[in-house]
Design a protein around this ligand. Structure first.
Ligand SMILES: *Cc1c(COP(=O)(O)O)cnc(C)c1O
Length: 419
């Protein structure tokens, strides 16, 4: 390895000057690194003031400041764009930074968004809270009711249709071909959050979507150790999203981009294994006493089973199921599990089982839960990469505990007060 020390740098300098210059000498690397390096730098140096100016105003390509562009974060965006079949992409600090920049790049005060009612919690909060306060209204629709979507898009000025490929709480699958066609008939872009599927299971761009958002935090990275977001689509729309990010600063760090890039080569293998284990658990759960219903696109009983078979390469790692014993059974199930993580999030090597009624929605009474479309005994599982037999075993014991906790006798005891 040689360094780019110029021959004329022989003038004696003070220690501080030498330290600053010495620490910034770039290694000259004649062979290409196999992995994308982490370009951990805020700034990039140009040869002339003119060059720097031209880069800063996008007159010529290049790097000037990492809030604008960075080689590692751009490499991630381009890699995801390629896997999604999109022209280009942009990466941001988190999935929510990507959702926010995308929505405000398309809609402004006095305009409307039509969005799926079965939407990720923070996206709901963004639409119903901040964006509503800033004058952007959202009309919520049942995304499986295409007539309702059509009617909602008829109201002007609507700026976009927003859906998720696979969504909570009951693992609803959106029909991208049909929804893109409806959106385009009304002259608006179709925007899809593809996080639960990942580009291995589904590539919405190929089915007509205009912009696709991924929380890189989930399956793309896959190991619960980094936050990231990516949005892909055509160059003009991505440029508009980049402009929002430059002004709002939801910048992805180069290290985070590196960690997500590290997940991509194993995405296919992981998604196949997540899907196979989730399918086996869903089929098993559906046959058990104490389970009212299981929701996984692989099940014949799933309302969008046929659509999922056409649209998804495999049925995915997310499943939901409803215990007959209600809230107590749900809590007992989660607390009995030994192999899973009691946490939020999804799309990880770890299996994560969540009980909305005692965690994210605990403040709601039975009526509030019903309004949110969540039964008290509903559990959501992001199936990890553990050995399937070990998970079956753990779920079996948890279900036995849930059955005794959810019996009328147990419920009566619990109502009688603390023991
Ligand atoms: C997690 C998630 C997000 C937000 O991603 P963050 O990286 O946590 O900001 C958005 N949409 C869906 C469907 C998600 O699961």
């Amino acid at each position: 390895m040689s360094h780019d020390r110029p021959p004329d740098e022989t003038t004696p300098r003070g220690f501080a000057t030498r330290a600053i210059r010495a620490a910034a000498r770039q290694p000259q690397v004649d062979q290409r690194p196999t992995a994308v390096p982490i370009y951990q730098t805020a700034t990039f140096t140009s040869d002339t003031a003119d060059e720097l100016g031209a880069i800063l105003v996008d007159e010529r390509p290049g790097y000037a400041y990492s809030r604008v562009d960075n080689p590692t974060t751009s490499a991630l965006a381009e890699a995801v764009a390629e896997l999604e079949g999109a022209e280009t992409g942009f990466s941001l600090a988190s999935g929510m930074a990507a959702v926010h920049a995308t929505l405000v790049s398309l809609a402004g005060a006095g305009e409307r968004i039509v969005a799926t009612r079965a939407v990720y919690g923070s996206t709901r909060s963004l639409l119903a809270g901040l964006l509503t306060r800033l004058g952007i209204a959202t009309e919520w629709v049942d995304i499986t009711d295409h007539g309702a979507v059509e009617r909602a898009l008829g109201a002007v000025p609507t700026r976009l249709l927003y859906a998720e490929t696979i969504s909570n709480p009951t693992i609803v699958v959106a029909d991208h071909r049909a929804l893109a066609a409806i959106a385009h008939r009304h002259g608006v872009p179709y925007v899809v959050d593809n996080t639960f599927a990942s580009p291995y299971l589904c590539r919405p761009i190929e089915l007509g979507a205009d912009l696709v958002i991924e929380s890189g935090t989930k399956y793309l990275a896959g190991h619960s150790d980094v936050l990231a977001g990516v949005v892909v689509g055509d160059r003009a729309r991505i440029d508009a999203i980049r402009a929002i990010q430059i002004d709002t600063g939801g910048t992805l760090s180069p290290l985070a981009a590196f960690l997500v890039l590290r997940g991509l080569p194993t995405l296919a293998l992981r998604m196949e294994r997540h899907s196979a284990t989730a399918g086996a658990l869903a089929a098993w759960l559906e046959r058990q006493d104490g389970v009212a219903r299981a929701f996984h696109p692989s099940l014949q009983s799933h309302p969008q089973h046929a659509l999922a078979g056409r649209q998804l390469a495999a049925f995915g790692g997310m499943l939901a199921f409803e215990l007959e014993g209600g809230r107590d059974a749900g809590r007992a199930f989660v607390d009995t599990l030994t192999l899973t993580e009691r946490t939020a999030s999804l799309g990880s090597v770890h299996t994560i089982v969540a009980h909305p009624a005692s965690t994210t929605h605990r403040q709601l009474d039975e009526r509030g839960l019903a309004e949110a479309g969540i039964r008290p005994g509903l559990l959501r599982a992001s199936i990890g990469l553990e050995d399937p037999d070990d998970l079956l075993d753990d779920f079996g014991r948890a279900l036995a505990a849930a059955r005794s906790a959810g019996t009328p006798r147990a419920a009566a005891l619990a109502a009688a007060g603390p023991r």
